[in-house]
Design a protein around this ligand. Structure first.
Ligand SMILES: *Cc1c(COP(=O)(O)O)cnc(C)c1O
Length: 244
């Protein structure tokens, strides 16, 4: 018996490119619309294309559309894929970083979104010093208070802040959060607002401090942009029509 027609293994590179391009154009249009509606410049929001579920052929197609920022949530897969794709790709680590993976990951990434304890930030600072690097990082904050989530609590990040500011080998660019998985754009919005308020509080009125807010995924990125997201991490919406 034949495999069903929809199997991605049977799609030609041209078909994959057409699907990915349509998805990407739609996401880009929605980002621009959300930005303009919020009185912001569309290019003040960077799209991080999350590739964790994507086959390499899909990622290759996305790169052909001109996207350059790719995100992986597992250090191991980021490392494998960094070897597979051009050096021009900007890699974003968006998931938990185990301390034993820091040394291998630091040279590969442009931005780590997901440092979730003081201990791991200090470990990154130490390894970065040894490697002669100063990586850009974000602090992941669990603002929704879900017990199942990684991340600093708002209070723990406030408490750690003076100590974190003394680290010389990390460039803390901002904050990251995830809204509860079941949330819609509207129920997620207070979570995003709380992250922005926390950023404003830590930056203490200095507009150049902590410029990045990484928030918003396929289900809720428009609300995140309305609340000031500068990085949206989008996976599923880019791969629609490709998964078997
Ligand atoms: C998977 C993932 C995303 C993307 O989720 P989609 O709903 O597929 O857009 C964003 N952020 C993190 C941290 C993720 O793990």
């Amino acid at each position: 018996m034949n495999e069903p027609e929809t199997s991605t293994a049977e799609k030609s590179p041209a078909e994959i490119l057409a699907i990915v391009r349509a998805n990407r154009d739609d996401v880009r249009r929605r980002i621009a619309h959300a930005a303009i509606s919020a009185g912001r410049e569309p290019d003040s929001v960077r799209l991080v294309a999350v590739t964790k579920y994507a086959e390499p052929a899909w990622v290759r197609a996305l790169l052909e559309t001109g996207e350059v920022d790719l995100g992986e949530n597992r250090p191991q897969q980021l490392e494998e894929r960094a070897a597979l794709f051009p050096d021009a790709v900007h890699w974003h680590l968006i998931g938990h970083l185990q301390r034993n993976k820091i040394r291998r990951i630091l040279p590969l990434v442009d931005l780590i979104h997901s440092l979730d304890t003081t201990r791991v930030v200090e470990a990154v600072d130490r390894v970065a010093s040894e490697l002669g690097l100063r990586p850009q990082i974000l602090l992941e904050v669990n603002v929704s208070g879900e017990a199942s989530k990684d991340g600093f609590t708002p209070d723990s990040v406030r408490a750690a802040w003076p100590q974190l500011c003394k680290l010389e080998h990390v460039d803390i660019r901002g904050l990251m959060t995830m809204a509860p998985l079941t949330s819609t754009s509207e129920t997620a919005r207070p979570v995003f607002r709380a992250l922005r308020d926390l950023r404003d509080e830590l930056a203490a009125g200095d507009p150049h401090r902590l410029p990045e807010l990484s928030m918003g995924m396929t289900g809720d990125f428009e609300a995140a942009i309305a609340e000031g997201a500068t990085l949206v991490r989008i996976g599923s919406a880019l791969w629609r029509g490709l998964a078997p």
